[in-house]
Design a protein around this ligand. Sequence first.
Ligand code: NAD
Length: 476
Amino acid sequence: MQTITTHYINGAFVESHGREVVDIIRPTDRAVIGHATLADEEDTRLAIAAARRAFPSYSQSSKEERTQILRRLHAATSARVDDLTAAMVEEYGGVVQFSRLIVEAAINAFHAAEVALQDMPLESSWGTTTVTQEAVGVAGLITAWNANALFICLKLASAVAAGCTVVVKPSELCSLQTRVLLEALHAANLPKGLLNVVTGRGDVVGAELVRHPDVDKISFTGSVGVGQHIMREGAATMKRVTLELGGKSPTIVLDDADLGQAIPSALIMAFLNSGQACAAGTRLLVPKSRLEEVKQVTQEVMRVFAVGDPADPKTAVGPMVSLNQYERVQSYIRKGIEEGAEVLVGGLGHPEGFEAGYFVKPTVFVNVKNDMTIAQEEIFGPVLAIIAYDTDEDAIQIANDSNYGLHAAVIGTDLQRARRVAVQLRAGRVVINNMADDPQAPWGGFKHSGVGREYGRYGIEAYLEPRAILESKGAF
Ligand code: NAD
């Protein structure tokens, strides 16, 4: 049983001023495995004040000093890979193989930011004009629960590279994971006040960050509704915002695809992180002419998507993070059935033998029309909608017929044709033939999927403001 009563302010673990204590519940069996005291507005204001005090000095640090800090962060987090992975499996229910990948991506964010920073000119000049890239100020980093370490490290790495000081507000569902991460980050021996972390409720700690005049920027990962709220509320203090929001990502299987490869790839993308992934490819667009084949291969492949204990390396889909999330997924499966879609695999309720935790049945719907709720709204669980199309143009139109535009995939044998389709998709990232990653490529959404980009130089630029100094040749 873990008891967490502190936050991280000005380089030290300090007792919470907030008094609300929440249970930490293990999603595999709903056991209470710990207690965490949540931060309140006062804790948040102390954290903001520490970041504000540290800003004048840190913002003037050299590239070399920031590089050294990024290296220390990389080394300190690298030393805790197993602990960070174990915490993600236990508290969040992330399947172990995927959790390890997330932790490795989190750690790599520090190295990737270092590489990007080296290539970025922070000063340029012509004639008597000099333009410098200045740190935007104190950044409030508000994160979601589905990849806690990754979101925190990614935002922190970009902010550190840009010369910003930060206050992090992790999700209130991640106290345990945040505690392990904080122990690691503390070991990096950062300048005091550069990093401050207060875990608390969104409408308490998050809201204070958004309204406080000493916070210059908010970088947020979470839902569209909260992102819109942050944009509205932040306007009063002219906050710069980066919003990484939801998705309803299409995977287009072209009619020349080898289904034996295409369907497993598409299902892996659909059930990524047990379906609790912003990039999950939850709309599978397949040629009408091959629909029966697709159904058959999907049923076969789904047998290997085993639900189970997330600590078991053979498990592909773990539990949902919370009761709320379990019920949300159930309500969408119910809605899909009510609206006339057909359950090909899965359905309502717990999988047999997994009644104790927040497990759901990985579910595939066919006979889905793109205007159905399950094709338009983000479910954030392992629920896939298969939609049939006639032509490539039809597939592109269906793929783009969404408020979202975060991620998309195109799978086919003719690469030129796949590229022609890819460039017509309104999404921040399009992968061809399989999930691919590049820590220097931008990540972020078109349309309701967000504002701004993360990763590489795009991520660092989001924490910078250009300042021009113009020298006059003489007095008037
Ligand atoms: P959420 O919007 O409920 O919460 C995200 C964070 O915002 C949490 O820390 C929460 O406490 C905080 N928050 C809530 N209300 C707030 C307020 N009024 N002011 C300030 N902060 C507030 O989202 P969630 O349920 O934690 O995460 C799931 C969502 O995140 C999904 O929509 C998913 O697609 C999205 N997501 C996007 C990305 C991406 O990179 N685009 C990555 C992961 C998750």
